[in-house]
Every structure is written in C-alpha cells, then in structure tokens.
Design a protein around this ligand. Structure first.
Ligand code: NAD
Length: 326
C-alpha cells in the first residue's frame, strides 16, 4: 500500500534494512553499479523517480546539487556514524533530515583498533610477509623485536563512544595507562580507567607510547595530526588512525615514518581514499587496511537496519532515532 513511496539506495548493502523497507511496502531501488556512483551518476539516478528518501554511504558526496536532484526526498540516511560526506548546512536550508548509524559499530571499531595496536607493536604483518617470502630460516634471538604494552601509555584523541571503548579495553585487557584529549572531559571514562584528561593534544602526544585517533572529521580536526604535532611525539611512539583520513596529514606522516620521528603507524582511513600518500605502503613500519574497522557481518547488517529504521521513522512522521543536527 506504500508502493508509491520510493527509496533510492546508492550502493548494495547488507539486505536486512532493505527487507525492512520492503516489508513496509516501499518501492526500493538499489544502485546497480558495482562501485561508488560519481556525483553526476548519483544526480542522474535520483532524477529517474520522485524519491521520498535516500539511503547513502560515506563514499557519496551529498551536497546542494544532490539535494536538488531529489526534490521530494525528506531524509538522507547515511550508512555510517561519520557524516562528513554530507553538507549539513545545505540540508538544513532545504529542510532535509540527515541521520547516521551511531552506537552499533562502537565495539566493533574498538576491537579493530586494539587489533591494530597489537599487530603494530608486535610486528605481526611485517613478520607474516617475511615468512611468506621464504625468509624464515629458523628461530632468532633478536629477530622482529616488538614492544610490551603493559604499563605503557595509550593516548586517546577524541574520547567519545569509540575512543572510550578502546581505552577501556587497553586498560583492562592490556594494563595500559590512559591519557586523553577531547574538547570536553569524560568523567565516566576517568572513573572506569583512571584516564587523565588533557585540554590540548600536545600533552597527550608528548607522553603517549601509542596514540589512537577517534575524533570526527570537522573543520577543527582536519590535520589535527600534522608535521609539528608528529614532531613532539616520542621517537618510540606509534600512531593508529581508525577515524577519518583527513584528520592526519598523510604526507607529513610518511616523512615522519621515513625519518624516524615516530616508530610506526597503523592506518585504516586515508586522506584521498582509495589513494594512499606516495611512499606510505612501501614502509615496513606501517600497517594499512582498506577502511574496514566496522566491517563485521553482524555490525554491517545492523547498520543497514538502523539506516532503514531512520528512514521509516521519518516517512511515518516521527523523529528518527539517529537525527544528525548541525
Ligand atoms: P563520538 O561523537 O562518540 O566521539 C567523538 C569524540 O570526539 C567526542 O567525544 C567529541 O567531543 C570529540 N571531539 C570532537 N571534536 C573534537 C576536537 N576538535 N578535538 C578533540 N576532540 C573532539 O563518535 P564515535 O562514534 O566515537 O566515532 C568517532 C569517529 O570514528 C566517527 O566520526 C567516524 O569518523 C570514525 N569511524 C570510523 C570507522 C572506520 O570504519 N574506520 C567506523 C566508525 C567510525
């Protein structure tokens, strides 16, 4: 009975949410392209039908031009917790509701970040390549020496949902000391982990043995990690970034790794995805993964359900559970 309601999905995602939308009787059209739609392709696709809602991905640039191509759409539901791909000001001007999928991926991304910290400091990826290359000729007393984490200091930049969960796991599971920088103190985190708050990133960068970045991408966090801030980290320190690529000046990071300013880095997100800064992937002291911190079957499926629930709420005249406000 809702067949007149049309929803466009910009790329194939796990079907759980799509099924929810279809069960409501909505007409759901999923992009058939095996990849990200260009802006022009997205606009053309949206002009085909008078869509009431759009389910979009973090790889889609959603701005005034895209909103103009979907004049009937009341909601753009982003399949991600981050929403730096969406022009929120343009959405507000057009009274378009924006939603995201927070919470459900917090633990998944926190676990992944811990995996990166462990893999980096224990040199797992580097030594795996060594064995596969046939270079392993027998046990060596001083081969692939890593570092112990117990008693070392983990510095969290952005102690929100994910940053706090990373800190709790590192504190409880690994016995690390926690320090953090955020725009506001997090008393729950301090109570749970004895974390020490810094009101500027410098104090954390100076003292931490491992720095893990969990801020959203905003004007205020673009290149939060730059040449100057890399220079104040310990030469023995590691940087882990599972937030957004633009938070780290990637060219400056490559130079810092080449020059031994810091010891290593594990990076899941890049400034110009899918491109990597020249030199990054050839460094042995780096782990690079293709933006997969939230990629578990269960979480990606739940994200699909949450995006669908947000769309359904808007189309039924309710406030969506995950409304993004400017
Ligand atoms: P959140 O909003 O719960 O936490 C972000 C924290 O950053 C907040 O505590 C906030 O106060 C703080 N913050 C904001 N601006 C700051 C600034 N200028 N300086 C210092 N702190 C600042 O968000 P979350 O759910 O923890 O997610 C964090 C980010 O992780 C998302 O925005 C997203 O970009 C990224 N993410 C990446 C992946 C991935 O696949 N790699 C998956 C999920 C989320």
């Amino acid at each position: 009975m809702n067949e007149q309601v049309k929803i466009f999905v910009t790329r194939r995602i796990p079907l759980a949410g799509i099924t929810m939308l279809k069960e409501k009787g909505y007409g759901v059209v999923m992009s058939e392209k095996d990849g990200v739609l260009t802006k022009e392709e997205l606009k053309s696709a949206l002009l085909v039908e008078p869509y009431d809602a759009v389910l979009c991905l973090l790889t889609d640039t959603i701005d005034a031009e895209v909103f103009a191509a979907a004049p009937h759409a009341r909601v753009f539901a982003n399949y991600a917790v981050g929403y730096n791909n969406i022009d929120l000001k343009a959405a507000k001007e057009k009274n378009i509701i924006i939603t995201n999928t927070p919470g459900v991926l917090t633990e998944t991304v926190a676990e992944y970040t811990l995996a990166m910290i462990m893999a980096l400091t224990k040199r797992i990826v580097e030594s795996d390549s060594y064995v596969r290359a046939g270079k392993f000729k027998g046990w060596e007393p001083e081969s692939f020496l890593g570092v112990d984490l117990r008693g070392k200091t983990l510095g969290i930049l952005g102690a929100g949902r994910i940053g706090s969960q990373v800190a709790e796991r590192a504190y409880r599971g690994l016995g690390m000391d926690i320090i953090y920088y955020d725009v506001k103190a997090n008393s729950a985190l301090e109570a749970a982990t004895n974390a020490i708050f810094h009101d500027a990133p410098e104090g954390v960068l100076k003292a931490a043995d491992v720095v893990s970045v969990h801020v959203p991408l905003l004007d205020s966090t673009k290149h939060l990690i730059n040449k100057e801030r890399l220079a104040i980290m310990k030469p023995s320190a590691y940087l882990v970034n599972t937030s957004r690529g633009l938070v780290v000046d990637e060219a400056a990071l490559v130079t810092a790794l080449q020059e031994g300013t810091i010891k290593g880095a594990a990076i899941d997100v890049f400034e110009n995805e899918p491109a990597l800064a020249p030199g990054l992937a050839t460094l042995p002291n780096v782990i690079v993964t293709p933006h997969i911190a939230s990629a578990t079957e269960g979480t990606r499926s739940k994200m699909s359900e949450i995006a669908a629930a947000n769309i359904i709420a808007v189309l039924e005249g309710q406030t969506p559970p995950n409304l993004v406000t400017v």
